[in-house]
Design a protein. Sequence first.
Length: 245
Amino acid sequence: MSAGKADNIIMKILGVDSSGLVASAAVLSGDNITAEFTVNNKQTHSQTLLPMIKEVIDYSGVALEELDAIAVAAGPGSFTGLRIGSATVKGLGLVLDKPIIPVPTLEGLAYQLSEANGFICPIMDARREQVYTGIYEIRDGRLVSIMDQCAMDIHDLLKELAQYPEKIHFLGDGVPVYEQIIRDEIVNEFSFAAPHLARQRGSAIAVLGEIYYHQGSVETAAEHRPVYLRKSQAEREREEKLNAN
């Protein structure tokens, strides 16, 4: 999938991301992010997300009824976080009769480094040395997927990256977890994103959401489902117990 700036049409979009440790909401109006609220202090998303959305709506000057669509980080990510985000935007979409724009989580993360040269590799910790990841590149201002988002072993990812003789830019909550492994095993030139770009942002979801809206990547609130990519830890543990018996 590739993405670039859509036609110059003024749209109002709420962007929501609760796919990881960070919860974030932002309002895009035309070319402006009029309000953004991001929390990364270990509070549960069930505590923060709805109050956060109310705050950004209040401060943005854009009423809920004026929104053209709601963009959401659709996964992969934390099972609990994705469910909370999905339920929240589905509820808003149904009440307001607004379409949902599902933005792949890793694409939303990668788009935060839209000025980077080389390849962008967001990583989210999926436990047991597994990461949710993808490989992206910016071409003529457009986000291009080199390897679509997937779940894979961190060591296998670094071997995969060795095929690309470009600088690799890492970001995401998997960086502090696997930083030493990356430093020890990577053969590419690499960098880690600065703190203000390293985690999910509702603004990136909103901006990328507008692009995908014009590409027709829209669904109804009733249709929206999060993308998990793999089974939850509880489901995996249950299967392991059944297979052991």
